[in-house]
Design a protein around this ligand. Structure first.
Ligand code: XMP
Length: 498
């Protein structure tokens, strides 16, 4: 029955995940025994093989912290100034469990209407009141929903409703353990952390401690050798990016950099990876994007510690339509991974992941991890505010090659000459509110483990071995078979994205 990998992928057809289907193997173990631990780069191991994309509507500090908490990794985007990116990297690297990533502050002159709007946009129910309305300003009080939910005049200033009698802790002496003890003893929900002059510096919350304790691995799972969360950051390949890498590494202590390009097989990328390997020993570099084995070989020979694979497969990508170049994602992963894995360099399947089945396919075809944009966009941890469109709660999600994103500076990813006409290779739009990464990723991981159990593979390496030995068989699916494999003949149904 079915075909081997070389038989299916050697026919000159570009397949994507939905085009192929794996035939089941023999089960002699439980899904809980499946181990998805893998190397995302030559030197960095992940317990959960999921990485969030370096996109300005996907990964800033909040997402990077959440991805590390669930055992994956976030790559902070660079569609911003060096200072802004460094701030996000430092915030994520310095994060402790139980602490809010970016505490929201307002001035006492702001009104109840402002907090109500914030609740609607960001889902946040508490705000720190400082004299400047920012972190670093003098702490004057806190406002939670309980302070204003019966207030009828929405113009009431926050100074009239805030709780000023707060228990605080000193920044210099506080630890996560102490913060949790103080919250437990006081039975309060929030603990503002202040500097010597009473300025607000951080905020610990009971809810976050509770959530961290529920993490699949009982606490932050992706921890770097420096004892802090594992965090990645994207950079370009221009001269100024050399300075960026130096700052991200020396000041931000970033663990891995991604050379972010839609077509990575360039002399720019080769010289950038050589530069980083020479100047920053110990810093892992993810190169890409590539879709062929010859591109993969060139970047591996230049020093890549991992390859990002995918061209035009992303949900917001129009590269294949605009430039006629790219490859079906299943075929791209299969071919690049055959070469890269034989040389000990992990492949990260980037883009086009729509569900847990796509993750199973990417990993079983040779990827060590998957990178996702749309899957994580629209979650509470993604940057940006929620808005309501025709009664549906949505968040913005945009391609880094969309005109909107390129206007902010991301055109370098597309080798675009800033002097000439801008050609979009992506779109900008919205995705539904998807809840929280911390809550949802464990479900995704469990579904992937069940997929591996159906394959008869106990680990990612096991799945590769089965495919390469010819034991794992697969087939392509006709359009009708794909339709049959989806939901059909239902009058109505509810489809959850996780
Ligand atoms: P998903 O499908 O997860 O894809 O939303 C995310 C990946 O898509 C790539 N990306 C783009 N590709 N034009 C493109 O051709 C774009 O504007 C664009 N923005 C992001 C990127 O590899 C990301 O990880």
């Amino acid at each position: 029955d079915g075909f081997t990998g070389p038989e299916l992928f050697g026919q000159g057809v570009s397949y994507t995940y939905d085009d192929v289907i794996f035939l089941p193997g023999h089960i002699n173990f439980g899904a809980h025994e499946v181990d998805l631990t893998s190397y995302v780069t030559r030197n960095i191991k992940l317990r959960t093989p999921l990485v969030s994309s370096p996109m300005d509507t996907v990964t800033e500090a909040g997402m990077a912290v959440a991805m590390a908490a669930v055992g994956g990794m976030g790559v902070i985007h660079y569609n911003n100034s060096l200072e802004e990116q460094l701030h996000e990297v430092k915030t994520a690297k310095n994060h402790s469990p139980g602490f809010v990533v970016h505490p929201v502050c307002m001035q006492p002159t702001a009104t109840v209407a402002d907090v109500a709007a914030l609740k609607e946009r960001r889902g946040l129910s508490s705000v720190c009141i400082t004299d400047t309305g920012k972190v670093g300003g003098k702490l004057l009080g806190m406002v939670t929903t309980r302070d204003w939910d019966f207030v009828t005049d929405l113009h009431t200033p926050l100074s009239e409703v805030m709780t000023a009698d707060l228990e605080t802790a000193e920044y210099d002496t506080i630890t996560a353990e102490k913060a949790m003890q103080l919250l437990k003893a006081s039975k309060r929900g929030k603990l503002p952390i202040v500097g010597a002059g009473g300025e607000l510096l951080a905020l610990a919350t009971r809810a976050l401690f509770r959530e961290d304790a529920r993490m699949p691995f009982g606490g932050p799972a992706s921890v770097a050798p420096d004892g802090r969360l594992l965090v990645g950051a994207a950079v370009g390949t221009r001269d100024a990016d050399r300075e960026r890498v130096a700052a991200l590494r020396d000041v931000g202590h970033v663990d891995v950099v991604v050379l972010d390009s839609s077509q990575g097989d360039s002399t720019f990328q080769v010289s950038m990876v050589q530069h980083i390997k020479r100047e920053h020993p110990g810093l892992d570099v993810i190169c890409g994007n590539v879709v062929t084995s010859w591109q993969a070989r060139r970047l591996i020979e230049a020093g890549a510690d991992a390859l990002r694979v995918g061209m035009g497969s992303g949900s917001i990508c129009t590269t294949q339509e605009v430039c006629a170049v790219g490859r079906g994602q299943a075929t791209a992963v299969y071919h690049t991974a055959r070469l890269a894995n034989s040389l000990g360099v992990p492949v990260i399947a980037d883009g086009g992941i729509q569900n847990s089945g796509n993750v199973v396919k990417a990993l079983a075809l040779g990827a060590s991890a998957v990178m996702c944009g749309s899957l994580f966009a629209g979650t509470a941890e993604a940057p940006g505010d929620y808005q309501s469109v025709n009664g549906v709660r949505v968040k913005k999600y945009r391609g880094m090659g969309s005109l909107e994103a390129m206007t902010k500076g991301s055109e370098v990813r597309y080798h675009s000459d800033t002097q000439s006409l801008k050609i979009a290779q992506g779109v900008s739009g919205t995705v539904r509110d998807k809840g929280s990464v911390r809550r949802n990723v464990p479900y995704m991981v469990q579904a992937v483990k069940q997929g591996f159990q159906d394959l008869g593979a106990k680990s990612i390496a096991d799945a590769w071995q089965r495919l390469d030995s010819g034991e794992q068989r697969l087939e392509s699916r006709t359009g009708a078979a794909q339709a049959e494999g989806g939901i059909h003949d239902m009058h109505s149904y509810e489809k959850k994205s996780w």
